[in-house]
Structure formats: C-alpha cells, structure tokens
Design a protein around this ligand. Sequence first.
Ligand SMILES: Cc1cc2nc3c(=O)[nH]c(=O)nc-3n(C[C@H](O)[C@H](O)[C@H](O)COP(=O)(O)O)c2cc1C
Length: 403
Amino acid sequence: MSSKKILLGIGGSIAAYKSANLVRIFKKQGISVRCVLTKSAEEFITAQTLQALSGEPVRRNLFDQQAEAAMSHIELARWADCLIIAPTTANLAAKFASGIADDLISTLYLAANDIPVILAPAMNSKMLLHPATQENFRKLQQRGHYILESASGELACGENAIGRMQEPEKIAQKAFEVLGISQPLTPPSPKPLTVTITVGATRENIDPVRFISNRSSGKMGFALARAALKRGLKVNLIKAYCEQIPPENCQIFPSETAEKMLDTALNIANDTDIFIATAAVADYRPKKVLSQKHKKERDGALHLELIENPDIVATVAQLPADKRPKLVVGFAAETENLKNYAQEKLAKKNLDFICANDVSQFPFGGELNEISVISKNDEKNFNAATKTDIAEKIIDYLLSKIN
Ligand SMILES: Cc1cc2nc3c(=O)[nH]c(=O)nc-3n(C[C@H](O)[C@H](O)[C@H](O)COP(=O)(O)O)c2cc1C
C-alpha cells in the first residue's frame, strides 16, 4: 500500500462523473485523496459522493472559514504529493496558464508550485482546438506539467470528435508513474475488446472452376479492422474473397463460402465483444456442386437450382445471451428505400445496429461512403467521406455504446 497523497481538482465538465471512479482507484491502492471542486463542477457531481468515496472532506470555497481553520489552502497544497486536475476545463487551463487565482482550485494550483501536476482535459473539440486553448496547454506543457491527450469518441455535445477525457485507469496509471509507485500497485490492464469482422464476397461453387459471387471489395471491412487495431482492439477477420491484402495483426479465418463463414462465426462468437458483418454473402448457392467441370452442351441451356444460404449475422444475433457478442452490427447495402429496409432488417434479425449505405450513390469498390448507423432508438449519420474516416467514426461510436 502507498502512503502517497493526491489532491484532485475537478472542473465543470460532464466528464466530472468519471472522477468518482478515479478516487476509487486511488483508494484501492491505499492512496489518500482530497477532492476540490469548482463551483461549476458542483453542477455535475456532488461533494457528498466524493466525500463518501475518498473518506476526506471535500473543499469547494476559498473563503470557507471552517475548512480553512481545519486545513488552509496553503497547507492543503503542501499536504499533497501530486496535483491532478480531472477534468481540466478550457477555463481552468486558461487560468492556470496566466496565473489567475480567483477561486480555490486556481489558487491551489499556484500554491502547489513544487509538486507534479497532471492535467486531463475534457471539452468540446472546437473548444479544445481553439488557438487560445491550444496555446494555454502548450504553455502548461512547457512548464513541465503532464497533459493527458484527450481521446476521440462521442462527446457530451453529441459530436463524434476529439475532446473526451482520458479514462480514469489511464489517469491513474500516469499518477502511479509520476509518483514512482511500483508496478504491482498498477491495476491489471483490462483484456482488450475483441472485434470480429466478416469481410469480402463469398464464392458459392457451381463446379471445381466456377462460382457465384458479387462485387464486394472488402474495403469497408478492412477500414473497420484498421480503425479497431488503431484503438488497441483485438481483431478477427472472417474473410471471403477480397481484392486487397488484409491489414497486418488481425487473426484471419479464411471462409470462402457462406456455410464456412457461418461455421467460423459460430465458433468464435463467444469470444467476440463486437461482431460486424460487412461481408457480401451470397443469398443463394447451387443446390448441387458438381464434382467435375460442367461441359457445355450444344444449344442447351443450363439450369441451376439455387437454395437459400444461412443468414450469418441474424444467426449470430439470435444466439442465447451467454454466447452472443455484446453488440451485433449488420450492414445494409441497398439501391432504394434505404432506411426502411434497414429498420426492417434491424428488427427481423435482432441486430443492435445496422450501418445503412446506398450503393446506387456509393458503389461497391469505391473509395467513398456515406453511412447511417441505425439502432432501435437512434440514428447517427456519417456524411460522405473516405471509408477510412467513416470506419474510424463507426468504431468510436460503437465503443461509446459498449461501455
Ligand atoms: C452541460 C455543460 C457541459 C460543459 N462541459 C464542459 C467541458 O466538458 N469542458 C469545458 O471546458 N467546459 C465545459 N462547460 C463549460 C464550463 O462549465 C464553463 O466554462 C465553466 O465556466 C467552467 O468553470 P470551471 O473551469 O471553474 O469549472 C460545460 C458547460 C455546460 C453547461
């Protein structure tokens, strides 16, 4: 157990709720935490919650005679081994950068001049990327403070962009590092989430040299795989025929036909958190696969009897809860009535999300795509962009829904 002491300042952002978890992580390691709230932060989290979790009085006002008598703000700054501001609002960053001390946190910041400072910004991406905010954080970094880069994802304002506060585990990790708390105290890193993506065009054999297939290129599936890898997720690819080479570091399950694809999907569904079905699976396959190459008969027509293929994504989505991935996501490529068909599929197949795309505007194999991610109660539109950009947004959106 550690005897370290942390002063945790909390600014007025929706992300303030995450600070409760940060306090819990520190307490589990035996670290003493004292919380200080700005006036705005009190709109988002109560002093009572933090007091209960930290077991210490929570400070809010600079001019609180009782609290000052128990431990003045100068003593409070001296008491701490490290100052963490999580969330750091744009306002706090501006005050720290220019040395304004007009409330308890900004005064403490100046008084805690000789201890490490860790800042975890959280704000709307426009606020974060504003030159004023950027300049303030640059100044603070030059002062030797640790600034935890904001993450991308869905923000409280509804935008899907950069600005989310780092997760409490990451902030705690930085604090352990800065305070020289050895590894055994570090919380075990959680098992990475696993995403399984079906990709490509299935090939349904007619005879040893012929098959029925379609024009799917696999680009969208590969873009999703890359986006997931970038976010540290484990990626399984159930791969039918694709023109391109799959990204490195994925586990690949070659599955040329719909039946093989279903078999593989059912085998790994249990170890999958997010199942995304981008593959263009042939709806039908020849009832009989000829063992020898079919010979052309003079003037004769060829009659192929086709039978229906299994619906892979629906079968996975309808698995019992203990075997089913947490999220099952389908793709609906349509040439008309896009949203109506997508809603129908969502309900009929028991999917959590369906990514609807209009292939009459953005054909298979192209570089661009425009997608609506539809769920029972929500619809998120990602306007025309490269498949890479859309994939990043889809993965961030799904990750924001899984926690
Ligand atoms: C609902 C809501 C959410 C807000 N979220 C943020 C935020 O995430 N980051 C931020 O910098 N400001 C946010 N603000 C604005 C700050 O609360 C505001 O600038 C305030 O003056 C910050 O005060 P403080 O820095 O003393 O906590 C939000 C305001 C509202 C009403």
